[in-house]
Design a protein around this ligand. Structure first.
Ligand code: 5GP
Ligand code: ZN
Length: 114
C-alpha cells in the first residue's frame, strides 16, 4: 500500500486546494504557506527526490518549467517574480519523500536562504 501523502493528494484520497492538473503534474496549495502564494508542484509519478530522476524521466524539467510558467501567468506572478525551491535529502530539510517544487510568490524573498 502506498502511504505517500502526496500520492494520496494526487489520487484525491486527501483533500487539497488544487490549482492546476494535467496528465503528468498536479499543483496544489501548501497547507502551511510561507508566502502569500505557496504552491507545491508534484509529478503524478511517485519519484522520491531529484536523486531518483533518470533517463526514463526524459523531458521532466521541460514539463515542470511549462507548468510553472502557466500557473505564474494564471495566478498573476509571472511579471512580479517568484522563487522555486527543491529540497533534496536530509540536510535540505526535505520532509515529504515525493519530489515537489515549492513555488513561492507575492512577497520579497531574502538571500541567502535559511
Ligand atoms: P519539504 O520540507 O518536504 O520540502 O516540504 C513539504 C511541504 O509539504 C511543506 O511545506 C508542508 O507544509 C507541505 N505539506 C505537508 N503535508 C501536507 C498536506 O497534507 N497538504 C498540503 N497541502 N501540504 C502539505
Ligand atoms: Zn508519492
Amino acid at each position: 500500500m502506498n502511504e505517500c501523502i502526496f500520492c494520496k493528494i494526487i489520487n484525491k484520497e486527501i483533500k487539497s486546494e488544487i490549482v492546476y492538473e494535467d496528465e503528468k503534474f498536479v499543483v496544489f496549495k501548501d497547507i502551511n504557506p510561507k508566502a502569500p502564494i505557496h504552491l507545491l508542484l508534484v509529478p503524478k509519478q511517485h519519484i522520491s527526490s531529484i536523486n531518483d530522476i533518470d533517463e526514463k524521466n526524459e523531458n521532466f524539467l521541460e514539463g515542470v518549467f511549462n507548468v510553472i510558467k502557466n500557473v505564474a501567468k494564471r495566478l498573476d506572478f509571472f511579471e512580479t517574480g517568484y522563487r522555486i525551491v527543491l529540497n533534496t535529502g536530509k540536510d535540505s530539510g526535505q520532509e515529504v519523500l515525493h519530489i515537489h517544487f515549492h513555488i513561492l510568490a507575492k512577497r520579497k524573498f531574502s538571500w541567502p536562504p535559511g
